[in-house]
Design a protein around this ligand. Structure first.
Ligand SMILES: C[S@@+](CC[C@H](N)C(=O)[O-])C[C@H]1O[C@@H](n2cnc3c(N)ncnc32)[C@H](O)[C@@H]1O
Length: 272
């Protein structure tokens, strides 16, 4: 993930092949650790405009297909397309059945769909992996029919800050994914040509007994750090010990907190 709050060098963009490979590897473990992702996706579904009745929906960054199945149930008369950059995720989703009719490998910044071909683009916790959110918005507007809805959730600055600060105390290297600022989401949505329905930020705080439980979970989700500039190789024993010590400063009665700053956005393509 790239922090678009500052001008960025092309060299600092995440490598999409690495993103795809990381999520493909995580396809089998993802659902067992994706409690936050399920909560966020359900909350996003709850924000869809009342009376929305798409004849075709797109689940963008569909992962294991959990929300494709929820969308298929909710919009039983509609047909669905699942698009993800990770082939391994799509293979897993296809295997589960009951979700999208079509599973297509593709990039949210360059959708493999015709213009004005869907009524709903639903995308939960995927677009934080896209370097150019403006391109995601352009593509959503292109593939939506007039009156169609884009509903997305994403992550913004403040996410995993406890882990980031703890690593900062150890070595100052890039150990945690970078995120856009919420006001960048606001600015980009405002300039997208889509009508604003809602755009909000909400913190979700999870608790873990220890740091290893958190880092293992991030790995099982495929969402561990793959940024350029990350340290290579295994983390040495002494550095790991310093990390555990630094994170202890955040401990609460429920355990070690990990904050996710979630952005929820619902936008509509103008009629005509
Ligand atoms: C955290 S998972 C979320 C999956 C699912 N939406 C959910 O809520 O369970 C993120 C997904 O986004 C996909 N992804 C990342 N970058 C993408 C891109 N540029 N285009 C399409 N999918 C992408 C990943 O492969 C992964 O399956």
């Amino acid at each position: 993930m790239t922090d678009l709050s500052r001008p960025i060098l092309p060299g600092a963009l995440p490598d999409k092949r690495q993103v795809a490979a990381s999520f493909s590897r995580a396809a089998a473990s993802y659902d067992s650790v994706a409690a936050l992702q399920r909560d966020v996706g359900m909350s996003l579904l709850g924000q869809l405009p009342a009376g929305l009745a798409p004849s075709r929906w797109l689940d963008l960054g569909s992962g294991t297909g959990h929300f494709s199945r929820v969308l298929a149930e909710r919009f039983a008369q509609a047909s669905g397309v699942a698009v993800d950059i990770a082939e391994g995720m799509l293979r897993h989703a296809r295997h589960e059945q009951g979700g999208a009719q079509y599973h297509v490998v593709g990039d949210a910044e360059r959708l493999p769909l015709r213009e004005a071909s869907v009524d709903l683009v639903f995308s939960s916790l995927a677009v934080q992996w896209c370097g150019q959110f403006a391109s995601v918005l352009d593509e959503a507007r292109r593939v939506l029919r007039p009156g169609g809805v884009l509903a997305f959730s994403s992550l913004c600055v403040g996410t995993l800050d406890e882990l980031r600060a703890s690593w900062q105390a150890v070595d100052g290297l890039v150990h945690v994914n970078r995120f856009r600022r919420f006001d960048d989401y606001q600015r980009l949505c405002a300039g997208s040509g889509l009508q604003h329905v809602t755009l909000q930020q909400r913190a979700h705080v999870l608790h873990y007994p220890d740091v290893r439980s958190l880092t293992h979970e991030l790995k099982a989700l495929g969402a561990h750090n793959i940024n350029p500039g990350r340290p290579s190789g295994l983390t040495g024993r002494a550095r790991m010990q310093s990390l555990l010590q630094a994170y202890e400063a955040f401990r609460q009665p429920q355990g070690l907190p990990a904050t996710y700053q979630v952005v929820y956005g619902v936008l509509r393509k103008p009629q005509g």
